[in-house]
Design a protein around this ligand. Sequence first.
Ligand code: MLT
Length: 407
Amino acid sequence: MRINKHNAGLPASYLFAEIARRVAAYKAAHPEADVISLGIGDVTRPLSPAVLGALHTAVDDMGRAETFHGYGPEQGYAFLREAVAEHDYRSRGVDISPDDIFISDGAKSDLGNFQELFAPDSVIAVADPVYPVYVDSNAMGGRAGQWTGAVWDKVVYLPCTAENGFAPELPLRVPEVIYLCSPNNPTGSTLSREQLAAWVAYAREHQAVILYDSAYEAYISDPDLPHSIYEIEGAREVAVEFRSFSKTAGFTGLRCAYAVIPREVRGTVAEGALYSLRDLWLRRQTTKYNGCPYIVQKAAAAVYTPEGREETRALVRGYMDNATAMRAALALMGLRASGGENAPYIWVGTPRGASSWDFFQLLLEKAHLVCTPGAGFGPSGEGYVRLTSFGDPLRTLEAMDRMRSVL
Ligand code: MLT
């Protein structure tokens, strides 16, 4: 049997799997170590009462013939798509039709799968550092070329450095598919309205598509920052947006997200005919996906009730209080840190020019603290580590104390 050579060409493991492996090995060798993780961006607070109540009710629905639900619509139940359109878009002055919203089990799977719609030789552009799913999934699709040990030779990398405020700049080589993430994972930076407008204008000029990951939009507190790319005029024809309930409402274990694909976003084949990405995605989902569970969609809809909205805001505030405390502690340690103001991630320059992985190892061994090495997100992440603010408040403060004592 022959396999897809692009899978064979991947580096051995996915970033967070590699970190989990190293941490598990360390814990096995040091069972007494009390390890605190500020590594993978996983939430720690329980589901809010409104969400939990809806979940219980939906579970009971499944136990009665009159309210039982079998296969749901592949695109998601109308009750949730309508709530999303109303509360996440119309209330912000953006007109998005529930028909163009696709509910799923996660933004990671949506972002990983969406590349299937593009030609196998499409050029993709990513910010560097970058959430690894965009790059690895395109590598599996054969679009990334060869792994050189540091980069993929066909990917257009857009370096995000302290000098450019960690904002990707327009590329010289024109891509067809552009991945943008704001608030950014991993740097915690955000794109201003003007920066986003420049990208939309660029995509329109070059007939490119922007895949806009706004999984962390709930963490924006600056009223001038856009929450959705559709707040920018002209974006409807060139942008697909991905959002998630994971970080907004604590759904990392429950799994629910959505993609917005306005009908106007079109791609072409060599012969020149135009196809709506929305219709192609519907075709793909109806073939390969049977939809997010009813009970989970009911729980997600509860996020939009008055209580759900208040409780969700409190969850986010709690994590951002951690971020504020961490930023203060990192400043006292004399470390260069950014992010953590409109995003749950803090991007920290390593001390004394240490490499990302060396600093990761030092923190693990000497402070029993897990971070994410910046180099794992791309070459421009070298010399940085990422800390998340999703921890328990007291453990987060303890993590900062341990870090200070190691430095
Ligand atoms: C991360 O740590 O970057 C996140 O957990 C990524 C994700 O949501 O998959």
